[in-house]
Design a protein. Structure first.
Length: 130
């Protein structure tokens, strides 16, 4: 169960573990300054965070792991599902995140690339033409 959404690509589970979504990178809502986290949203960060919240907060999720299960910060690395919906893919398709492929975790890299390209072509989210 997702207890709290941290930003557009990270959530905290009910057991306190943090999970970072594989294959995507959403704009940051905060940054690390002198040992503390400071709220300093990048453009579109709040929209990406809210999209993630709408998809997962309070929801029972299923985690699918790739080759690596944790990042260097100790967060779980996973593909998140709410029912049959792959949340990582939904955020890319909506233009709420960019593609971030880091080998060896590349199981859905081609699918994610296609979703990002479509969002870009259609001008969704981050790719909206101003």
């Amino acid at each position: 169960m997702v207890q709290q959404v941290i930003d557009g690509d990270t959530a905290q589970l009910g057991d306190g573990q943090m999970v970072r979504y594989i294959g995507i990178d959403a704009p940051e809502v905060r940054r690390h300054v002198g040992g503390e986290w400071v709220m300093d949203p990048e453009p579109f960060a709040q929209a990406a965070t809210e999209a993630n919240r709408q998809l997962v907060e309070g929801q029972r999720v299923r985690l699918e792991y790739d080759v690596q299960t944790h990042d260097r910060y100790g967060r779980l690395l996973a593909y998140l599902y709410v029912g049959d919906q792959l949340v990582n893919a939904a955020l890319l398709a909506g233009g709420y995140a960019q593609l971030l492929t880091i080998p060896p975790n590349v199981r859905y890299a081609e699918q994610f690339r296609a979703l990002r390209n479509e969002a870009q072509r259609e001008g969704r989210g981050l790719w909206k033409k101003h």
